[in-house]
Design a protein around this ligand. Structure first.
Ligand code: HEM
Ligand code: HEM
Length: 180
């Protein structure tokens, strides 16, 4: 499949939607009072709903990315092209890892989950105290690894804006003249 030279507006809108949703999701996770307890209260229910929304948007984004591949900026040195692509795939893997560990964790606790109290969500596994113990900590590992890689990704974007002063940041800015 031919690789495009630019992200289309669909890829850009999906990118920024995930960024905004994560900006909301981390603080909910850190500040929700009903953490480590059950059944889920209002904050935890919101955390689950935002988490599943993130999973859905990232799944669409991943399919879009695979069917609309974009070539790395040709002016970049080889090591930057390889490392930025590696970081992008790592971001996809870590978002999937964080959402799926969270969903599994809630399932092992036997919670009945829903999307914003509207759409009932299936459990990924049945209630199990032993599996819950095995899973302990993995959601935290995934969310911290994701945060570290996001900081790396944003630092690279800032480096391109303020130090290299090249067109990399422009690749992800919404441009109304561009095709989807
Ligand atoms: C990318 C999406 C997500 C992020 C960034 C995220 C982040 C967090 C954070 C920061 C915490 C508090 C720290 C801790 O783990 O002790 C947390 C806890 C938790 N999250 Fe998530 N989460 C995400 C998705 C989900 C999803 C989809 C679910 C369930 C369907 C979920 C269920 C939970 C549960 C059950 C806890 C409490 C863990 C415990 O009791 O130890 N999370 N999450
Ligand atoms: C202030 C926050 C952010 C900025 C300034 C930013 C900037 C950028 C830029 C400039 C690119 C294009 C780079 C290139 O193609 O070489 C890009 C791509 C990408 N970004 Fe971000 N980003 C941000 C947040 C995030 C977050 C939170 C995630 C996900 C966890 C993310 C995931 C990705 C991925 C996976 C790509 C590759 C393109 C794609 O698959 O759609 N970004 N970002």
């Amino acid at each position: 499949m031919d690789r495009r030279l630019h992200y289309g507006n669909t890829a850009k809108i999906l990118h920024w939607s995930v960024a905004v949703l994560l900006l909301v999701q981390f603080p909910i996770g850190w500040f929700m009072p009903d953490i480590h307890a059950g059944p889920p209260g209002a904050a935890m229910s919101l955390h689950v709903s935002f988490g599943i929304l993130i999973l859905a948007v990232v799944a669409v984004r991943l399919i879009w990315r695979i069917t609309h591949p974009v070539a790395p900026e040709s002016s970049l040195p080889g090591w930057q092209r390889v490392s930025s692509e590696a970081v992008h795939w790592l971001l996809y893997a870590l978002v999937l890892g964080t959402t799926l560990t969270g969903w599994l964790f809630a399932s092992f606790r036997g919670w009945s989950l829903s999307l914003f109290s509207i759409v009932p969500l299936p459990m990924l596994a049945s209630k199990s105290a032993s599996d819950l113990k095995l899973m302990e900590g993995w959601h935290q590992v995934a969310e911290w690894a994701l945060l570290v890689v996001i900081v790396l990704h944003i630092s690279a974007a800032l480096l391109h804006i303020f130090v290299y002063r090249d067109g990399v940041m422009r690749l992800m800015l919404i441009d109304e003249h561009q095709r989807p």
